[in-house]
Design a protein around this ligand. Structure first.
Ligand code: ADP
Ligand code: MG
Length: 339
């Protein structure tokens, strides 16, 4: 039987993975007097072509190769067990069938690290369950408080919304978000009557004024990076009283330019305290059972320490995370070393 990590030999036999064989040949270390080839870490990936383009950039692949990591595409039309063998499987594909394939593979190949477990990913694709762990955590320390905006889930019947909002005591304006987080058609509702125009299933969330800047916290295992992005501007009481209706808004944080170099009010621009983010990330990693995700965090305008998590994304666009190439490759190596 072939041992894990010995794939290079297979490759040589079968003429596959030429680049990896190159790595294998170059890297020798001496153990007990005999030169031993260093093991290559094989990362199988099942990603959309869009993700491949943004994540698997040449710079990442080059750096990975130098560190002895090889990215190998997974062929979805063939059984996973016939491919690899992999040390790590990296994936972000949807569909029940794929989830079952991966779950089976996880059971039958406990030696392979699957990033991340399909069920844990599913949990953050639903905007109701996504923020539940943040709410349960109820983080509060000297560095700040982390909450989620008050929200209400509407499964059906739009005509019931004004009443439901009233009963729940939610304050306008409200952000309406499709329940399934894969859709980004968000809108802002200024008055209760117009809420009937919305299309369930959705989550209605209190809009929190935050000075038009949000923080994207990228998490890769234990590493954290924060970047500032422009967001929706504050809604004043006056504006609220003068406006009615429901307004669609585009994918603000995604489309917006980085707010890093902007001439911002320091109170708004100041990044959340590092120790607070460290604690939050550590807790959420554990509670969510995910290692690759990001959080959208806002700070309530006019406060120094009231933070709200408004969104969690699995395997976000790491291309926008500073130094992600180094962070990601170090993380992949650490997974194998820890085993
Ligand atoms: N509760 C809220 N208060 C204030 N702004 C919000 C709130 N929820 C969302 N936003 C704004 O809408 C944007 C998109 O919302 P988000 O929940 O991140 O959805 P998406 O899945 O489209 O990223 C955020 O980046 C932020 O600018
Ligand atoms: Mg978001």
């Amino acid at each position: 039987m072939r041992m894990r990590g010995e794939i290079a030999y297979k490759s040589e036999e079968e003429g596959e993975y030429e680049e990896m064989v190159g790595v294998q040949k170059q890297k020798y270390s001496v153990v007990g007097g005999f030169p031993q080839p260093k093991k290559v870490v094989v990362v199988g990936y099942a990603l959309t072509s869009k993700k491949i383009k943004s994540f698997l950039q040449p710079k990442l692949e080059r750096l990975a190769r130098n560190k002895g990591i090889l990215f190998v595409p997974i062929d979805q039309s063939r059984p996973l067990s016939d491919q690899g063998p992999f040390d790590i499987v990296l994936h972000k594909l949807s569909g029940k069938e794929w989830r079952h394939i991966l779950e089976d593979y996880r059971q039958t190949h406990p030696e392979v690290t699957v990033l991340d477990p399909p069920d844990a990913i599913q949990h953050v694709y639903n905007r109701q369950s996504m923020l539940q762990d943040v709410a349960d955590l109820n983080l509060s320390d000297t560095f700040g408080k982390v909450r989620v905006p008050r929200q209400l889930v509407i499964k059906r019947d739009p005509s019931s919304i004004p009443d439901a909002v009233n009963k729940a005591g939610l304050t306008l304006p409200l952000v309406a978000k499709p329940l399934v987080a894969k859709s980004h058609e968000l809108s802002l509702a200024y008055d209760q009557y117009s809420l009937q125009k919305l299309e369930p299933p959705l989550v209605l969330q209190e809009f929190i004024n935050h000075g038009g800047v949000l923080f994207k916290v990228y998490i890769v295992g234990e590493a954290i990076k924060v970047v500032r992005r422009f967001s929706l501007p504050d809604v004043s009481k006056r504006e609220l009283s003068q406006n009615a209706g429901v307004f669609r808004f585009p994918r603000v944080s995604c489309a917006a330019a980085s707010a890093d170099d902007a001439d911002l009010d320091p109170c708004i621009a100041e990044l959340p305290p590092r120790p607070l983010l460290e604690r939050l990330a550590k807790e959420l990693r554990r509670r969510l059972g995910l290692r690759l995700f990001n959080l959208d965090i806002i700070r309530e305008h006019g406060t120094r320490d009231r933070y709200y998590v408004i969104d969690i994304n699995y395997f976000p666009g790491y291309g926008k995370m500073p130094e992600y190439e180094h962070i990601f490759t170090d993380f992949l190596l650490s997974l194998v070393q820890d085993k």
